[in-house]
Design a protein around this ligand. Sequence first.
Ligand code: IPM
Ligand code: MG
Length: 355
Amino acid sequence: MTKNIAVIRGDGIGPEIVEQALRVLDKTAELYGHTFNYTDVDMGGCAIDKYGDPLPEKELQKCIDSDSVLLGAVGGDKWNDVPGHMRPEKGLLRLREGMGVYSNNRPAKIWQQLADASPLKKSIVDKGIDFIIVRELIGGIYFGEHKTEGDTATDVLKYSESEIERIGRIGFETAQKRNKRLCSVEKSNVLDSSRLWKKVMHSLAEEYPDVELSDMLVDNCAMQIVKNPSQFDVVVTENMFGDILSDEASMITGSIGMIPSSSLGATTCGLYEPIHGSAPDIAGKDLANPIGTILSAAMMLRFSFDMPKEADAIEDAVSAYLDAGYRTADIMSEGMTQVGCRKCGDIITENLKKE
Ligand code: IPM
Ligand code: MG
């Protein structure tokens, strides 16, 4: 198969981690007889420097016209003082909205080889951590009206039934493919939008009798994620709650640098990115962990290109790398062999095999 991939290297460590993911994709293409064509897209701080705009229309269009988008990371202190509508993050939000990718899938799974890196007690980790946060990505407070008038600032949190229904369906379908437990997270004791959220989730539940639906208030969920994470299978929640809970969930796996994500909408053209940021402090030093991006590329093959064997091969190559004791600085521990970003890419690429 031939696939056209839009590649956003972005800022900070973005370019170096994306480079390693592309090497892994190229080797996969060679082994399985595919062709991946890459189109570079400027987004984030580098686009502000070049065009005075974090995502010019023509760059967005390249993404919409592609078969899928691979993104490193955007942002950095350098652009902290630019006005809100010009920030690098605004490029990312415009990209998500422009591609219509309303469903963001963020797995929180512990790699057995890295279990010691979790900040949680061993007795909790041993019960297993393997759940997915399905986050609504193009609605809610992120996309409501934002304004500052005098000494007062306002951000509007708004959801319609249809916006909730489409993400709800993804939650139920994701649960159907796993252990059939869906936890809907909201703040229905306070917010109208959350009461609507809960109502829609319960009316959808009738269509998915094989899935067990539960409700949880977001503050309680934040607590349960550290107290008893093994209770979760799939969590579905609105945009900002999902943003916060997914950072928390990634931390308990001990290695935010390892976590990929996928964002999809009505078509198979998806956006794939690691969930960590651009880490400007270590940029260009060959210290970054490219695995979150490499695993994001694997997700692209699985969810957008229908290449499950190829995706398995990449995940197996990552697992073999960890088994052999290699670690980048972020997950380094005693007795392991420390490697840089490029070397990590070398080893994972070498490990790739056709099953
Ligand atoms: C994320 C990030 C973004 C978000 C920022 C960079 C706009 O935190 O992908 O989780 O809040 O969605
Ligand atoms: Mg976030």
